[in-house]
Design a protein around this ligand. Structure first.
Ligand code: ZN
Ligand code: ZN
Length: 306
């Protein structure tokens, strides 16, 4: 086994604990990625509320073997993806080292300001400057990074209201991709010939650009052993109420994953309104074996091997 994946948070938007979400879990995005052949090297994707429990696990298990040296890769800085950071116990322990990677949308912002800025007296009893661990912040753009030990990280912008990165991690022939939060690219020009502002040339160009962007993302996922994809809505819920919110549908995720010849597809970033029963129904409708891939609704606590 080259890569081990564990879901610590699978929800979008806001934590939703309670009796209706016990089985799929109520924490927001946090994924643990281990490389058992590399002395159990650990990467984390996203610092949603699931990060709290992962931090506790790391202190109880990994810390026994010495100070921690960990990286968190943020897909983006929306609150549901960073809110677990102040509750990540390793940042309070001297000797631990942490590097936080992520995209920053606005020039006047810094990653330290956005993520560490949650730790100010305005919101929290501890300030970022008081954290005992050594923490570095690295702003990421699109590109390819060598993470050492033979691990390659490729990043690609997704379609979301702020800069948001999809990750592609490659190690010893295995590939793991993440694509959330993201909405399918659409033609931004008026496509209705009856509309007075309709311009045939612009409509055609818009169509081409959207198709090209969607195709580039499909190539980014090409052949992945596991793709973790945003499926906050169904197509019926999406159109037109949620258009432009930056999320995908089950139908869209299935189509791109099949086109990219992905082996396993994890349906992820579940809407906080969905109960366990509703997710069971969605899993029955969209999951299982289809077009040569295994499709399932991601569940908190679930572990996978690639
Ligand atoms: Zn989100
Ligand atoms: Zn978001």
């Amino acid at each position: 086994m080259a890569i081990k994946v564990k879901f610590w948070g699978v929800r979008g938007s806001v934590p939703c604990p309670g009796p209706a979400t016990v089985r799929y879990g109520g924490n927001t995005s946090c994924i643990e990625i281990r490389f058992p052949e590399l002395d159990n090297r650990l990467l984390i994707i996203d610092a949603g509320s699931g990060l709290r429990e992962l931090g506790n696990y790391m202190m109880a298990h990994d810390f026994k073997r010495g100070a921690l040296n960990t990286s968190i890769f943020l897909t983006h800085t929306h609150w549901d993806h960073i809110m677990g950071f102040p509750f990540f116990v390793p940042i309070y322990v001297p000797g631990n080292r942490l590097t936080v990677y992520g995209p920053v949308s606005y020039e006047q912002d810094t990653l330290r300001g956005i993520v560490g800025g949650q730790l100010t007296y305005r919101y929290f009893p501890v300030r970022e400057a008081e954290l005992a661990a050594e923490i570095d912040y690295v702003e990421l753009k699109e590109g390819r990074m060598d993470l050492g030990d033979g691990i390659t990280m490729v990043t690609r912008y997704l379609n979301h209201p702020v800069l948001c990165l999809g990750y592609r991690i490659e190690f010893r022939g295995k590939v793991l991709c993440t694509a959330y939060d993201t909405e399918p690219y659409r033609n931004l020009f008026i496509t209705d010939p009856a509309d007075p502002s309709y311009d045939q040339e612009m409509a055609r160009e818009g169509e081409e650009v959207a198709a090209e962007q969607n195709q580039l993302l499909t190539e980014f996922f090409r052949g992945a052993d596991l793709l973790i994809h945003d499926t906050q809505y169904t197509e019926a819920e999406f159109m037109p109420a949620k258009l432009g919110w930056g999320h995908s549908t089950f139908e869209h995720a299935l189509a791109v994953a099949a086109q990219a010849k992905v082996k396993r597809l994890a349906l992820f970033h579940h809407d906080p309104e969905r109960s366990d029963e509703q997710l069971d129904q969605l899993a029955a409708r969209f999951g299982g074996q289809r077009e040569g891939m295994e499709v399932f609704c991601a569940r908190e606590g679930e572990e996978l091997s690639l």
